[in-house]
Design a protein around this ligand. Structure first.
Ligand code: ISE
Length: 345
């Protein structure tokens, strides 16, 4: 990074996108068509043909097979890590070593030990460089709900009902992925909404959806207990077929608030009413992803982060580990609580 005091001055942020799957390709489009102050300099993907095909959609982007190669040749200021979770730790360590800005998709790492190592490596340097891709914090409805909680406009928050529904599962799907791939979003957003950390988790199985892959029993209900006494109940269903849906209903002392209902054209015809549902998360959260990436780019150009930190990623990893243990044991499991280091204050 050609930086003075962390700031890159007037030039555009040169970003390497690591991972050319659904999210990586989506970020390439986002940065090259609708993010101000940034350009895609490389697309890093072990499958060379895929790297070439995704890089060809962004003018000037180089296809690379390794992050080291991109860092050596493409004068990167920043990276977005959008490879699968188990590859995040190594990529983030390489990027930290190169002192570039980092936006790492969720989960920061699948294990809390991995996230702890990243937090410690980052704290040994001069400043925070890792932002974690919990994009829901940029969704306008989640922001409005958080403001309602903080303002006590409907009294104190008592309870949250969350639904997280995916149309189908990819090959190789395992039961713990219900938590590590999906519910990890609620493990971040619920304490953020309620202003209180998760202290324990319990997981219940309901009647199994026969569309679920072998060895996976879902839907499941994940019950989160927060330090302030609020309970959040999360329904996770991942083979419902009809589309992608993420909703929250918040019960307050003096009212109820709902977010995430599909809005848009309703067609009344042939004796029924129809409204389209989002097919997937890329479309459902497009505005949140756009705002997230723009906030990250703006902050990275000044040498900082503009959203959830590695510490937030670590807390979600601790809660996620407890939830997987609860899922496997059938017991309620306590989430380890830790004081936030001043570095992240
Ligand atoms: C996916 O990987 C995501 O991150 C989506 O935001 C989440 O809603 C979905 O359940 C995951 O599979």
């Amino acid at each position: 990074m050609s930086a003075v005091n962390g700031s890159i001055g007037k030039r555009e942020l040169r970003v390497g996108i690591v991972g050319a799957g659904i999210m990586g390709a989506d970020h390439v489009q986002r940065i090259s068509t609708r993010t101000a102050g940034a350009t895609v300099a490389s697309v890093v993907e072990p499958d060379r043909d895929r790297a070439m095909s995704v890089a060809s959609t962004a003018p000037g982007a180089q296809p690379r097979v390794t992050l080291e190669d991109a860092l050596e040749h493409d004068d990167l200021d920043a990276v977005i890590i959008a490879s699968p979770g188990p590859f995040h730790e190594a990529a983030v360590l390489t990027a930290l070593d190169a002192r570039v800005a980092i936006l790492c998709e969720k989960p920061l790492t699948p294990s809390s030990e991995g996230s702890r190592r990243l937090v410690e490596t980052e704290m040994a340097a001069d400043r925070a460089r890792i932002q974690v891709g919990f994009m829901r914090r940029f969704d306008r409805e989640y922001v409005a709900l958080r403001q309602l909680v903080e303002s006590r406009g409907a009294g104190e928050l008592l309870l949250l009902h969350c639904a997280h529904r995916n149309p189908s599962t990819p090959p190789g799907y395992t039961e713990s992925m219900l938590i590590t791939d999906s519910v990890v979003h609620e493990l971040d957003i619920v304490p953020w909404l309620a202003g209180s950390p998760v202290v324990s988790v319990e997981v219940l199985r309901t009647r199994r959806n026969r569309r679920a892959p072998e060895g996976v029993s879902e839907p499941q209900l994940v019950l989160l207990e927060l330090a302030n006494g609020v309970l959040a109940e999360v329904e996770i269903s991942v083979n419902l077929g009809f589309g992608y849906q993420v909703t929250t209903e918040a019960v307050f002392e003096e009212g109820v608030a709902q977010i995430g209902r599909t809005a848009g054209l309703t067609l009344w015809s042939a004796g029924s009413a129809r409204v389209a549902e989002h097919p997937g998360y890329v479309g459902r959260f497009v505005e949140a992803y756009d705002l997230e990436v723009q906030a990250w780019v703006n902050a990275a150009r000044r040498g900082g982060i503009g959203g959830p930190s590695a510490w937030d990623g670590y807390l979600a990893a601790l809660a996620s580990e407890a939830a997987v243990e609860a899922q496997q044991s059938g017991r309620r499991v306590a989430v380890r609580s830790e004081a936030m280091p001043a570095f992240y204050g």
